[in-house]
Design a protein around this ligand. Structure first.
Ligand code: ZN
Length: 292
């Protein structure tokens, strides 16, 4: 697995920068869900964002979940990441397709439509922290920047991109998030804004075989910075028969008896990795016995 997130700080710790190369991760999602190019781009961008946001989490059991609901043909997107940037996700309608916008650019905004972006952070508290915004563009990067400004009061610059081959596989995928703390100087902010304004799309840079290290140099041109961490990123579902069994048990005895009577078996499907878990009547009976 070659995907990773590079993490750096600049301006005496008043800026933090995350840059991801996520081609393998997005390609895994595409082959798993058999998504159309526009669905691959939308899901891919959200996975990259989640991976970076996951890498910002402190506890190893912390989870961030991004949910996009839209009235476009994709229907919606659900993506999660843990602190180790193990990401997984799905789009409600992976086969959605719409005509390409200008110059062959995939029209992610149209495929998503109008709607909301919500972010839930499960950091071991009783209730997960959640924030929600109305989508401002549907291109996901701008929406996330708006989320950070509005819900977190953190000025952020976000770039996310997925480049697709003619055979529909993923050619390049990556993204960056730059965040400023209140003490960042105007001089630094000016330089940073100028650099980001002048920089090409991240997918174009990756397509020139640039690495996150090279891209960091471009974003922080003429600024001092320190690389803090390099975090491997991958598509990984953590579902298992044991977890599904625990979910079934948590339904309670009455619900299990009901399933046994009406269905005779329980079929549970994991949307993240397309795995079906089947529990026959004997297994359900033994779950009921375990519980009582
Ligand atoms: Zn799964």
């Amino acid at each position: 697995m070659s995907d990773y997130i590079l993490r750096a700080t600049a301006a005496d710790g008043n800026a933090r920068i995350f840059i991801a190369d996520a081609k393998e991760t997005v390609e895994k999602a595409r082959s798993l869900h058999n998504t159309t190019p526009v669905a691959t781009a939308a899901l891919g961008r959200t996975l990259i964002a989640a991976g970076i946001m996951g890498s910002m989490l402190k506890g190893k059991d912390d989870i961030v979940t991004l949910q996009i609901k839209g009235d476009g043909p994709l229907g919606g997107i659900v993506v999660t990441s843990d602190a180790a940037a193990n990401v997984r996700g799905y789009v409600h309608n992976p086969f959605a397709d719409i005509p390409e916008a200008n110059r062959g650019k995939l029209d992610v905004a149209k495929a998503i439509g109008k709607g909301t972006l919500s972010v839930a952070m499960d950091i071991g508290l009783k209730e997960p922290y959640t924030g929600q915004i109305e989508l401002v563009s549907g291109e996901i990067a701008e929406d996330l920047a708006y989320y950070y400004a509005k819900s977190q009061q953190t000025p952020s610059s976000v770039g996310l991109g997925v480049l697709i081959n003619t055979d529909c596989s993923v050619k390049k995928a990556g993204g960056f998030i730059v965040q400023l703390m209140p003490e960042a100087t105007d001089e630094f902010i000016g330089k940073l804004e100028d650099n980001i304004l002048k920089m090409p799309y991240i997918t174009d840079l990756l397509d020139m075989e640039m690495t996150p290290y090279n891209i960091l140099d471009i974003i922080l041109k003429d600024c001092k910075y320190q690389i803090v961490d390099k975090i491997p990123m991958q598509y990984k579902c953590n579902c298992s028969r044991e977890r599904v069994e625990r979910a079934l048990i948590s339904l309670g005895i009455n619900e299990l008896k009901d399933i046994l009577e009406k269905e005779g078996e329980a079929k549970l499907f994991c949307n993240f990795c397309n795995t079906e878990y089947k529990f026959g009547s004997n297994e359900i009976k033994s779950l009921i016995n375990k519980k009582s």
